[in-house]
Design a protein around this ligand. Sequence first.
Ligand code: NAD
Length: 353
Amino acid sequence: MSVAIITGSAGLIGSEAVDFLSSKFDTIIGIDNNMRQYFFGADASTEWNKTRLEENIPNYKHYAADIRSYETVKKIFEEYNTDIDLIIHTAAQPSHDWAAKEPLTDFHVNATGTLNLLELTRLFCPKAVFIFTSTNKVYGDNPNLLPLIEQEIRWEIDAKHPYHTEGIDEKMSLDNTTHSVFGASKVAADIMAQEYGKYFGMNIGVFRGGCLTGPRHSGAQLHGFLAYLMKCAITEKPYTIFGYKGKQVRDNIHSWDLVNLFWHFYKNPRQGEVYNVGGGRFSNCSMLEGIQLCEIITGNKMNYTYSETNRIGDHIWYISDMTKFKRDYPDWSWKYNLDDILSQIFQEMKTRV
Ligand SMILES: NC(=O)c1ccc[n+]([C@@H]2O[C@H](COP(=O)([O-])OP(=O)(O)OC[C@H]3O[C@@H](n4cnc5c(N)ncnc54)[C@H](O)[C@@H]3O)[C@@H](O)[C@H]2O)c1
């Protein structure tokens, strides 16, 4: 029997992974305790997505386990043991602002939870492939030190800088910078995942995401930029832009493209390798550009205000350079660009808000 374990299976990336992999494995085990509702309130609950998976995917089995509990998760690994071929670990506390409210909870979920899973993989299924969804926030504020130029509706990097063509690569330093409490707990997990790959020779990929997005994002004000923006555009709820004149740039990758990329890694894994992943130059926008697109797609004028204070840990301009991943996995490429992503979020959200 071939088993894949997906943590955070009711979340954006986890649920996309369940959909994508259900035909490729005999059994898909989902681990998700809907902690997203605790983080961001009832609006951000992922219960609807868990129910959808249980109703539509016959080989899906859900455990409402908490990844902070080593003993609880150990029971699952004990049961499936060496049948486990793949672990995709997406469960997390994903927001800067929330992490500062409860640093211990944030660290226990992001760092200790990841260590629990790495250790259980080492003990029960050391040949399995382990995929860790890290974040570009491990680079802290360092991207904000790049030579950026203000344009009419976006920040851009100086055309002479080596990052101009493809974006920021994996050589950017993690040191001497403010990461936010969230960024620091993800750094701990990111380094530990690399270590299990390098030290124990396990098949581990660490993927430092830009904005990961898609139609199944339970968008909340503190997390899920495009999904929350679209939610406000549809409902005409007020939206607040925090700092940088609304010209801050993010690259956006569709959850399907990301999970497809994980699949390429699974088929030809490496040991503790790190990759920046995002929409790159192919799919990115500033806040103001995102607002313009939402207005075109919904036909509604957005009701937004501007607050001078930027979020701590926010990047002014971040575009992921995916050259390293594309070099190692040349058959992979993006399928969905920004227009596709926003149109799909719109279609899905119309039925949910
Ligand atoms: N969405 C983004 O823009 C983005 C960007 C970079 C990195 N990431 C990383 O990618 C991963 C997936 O992000 P996402 O957007 O799918 O997040 P998400 O919040 O949609 O999904 C995460 C899921 O994990 C669950 N969860 C949280 N704590 C748990 C716990 N203690 N035990 C069990 N389940 C728990 C939540 O209930 C939620 O359903 C995260 O690690 C996140 O840090 C996301």
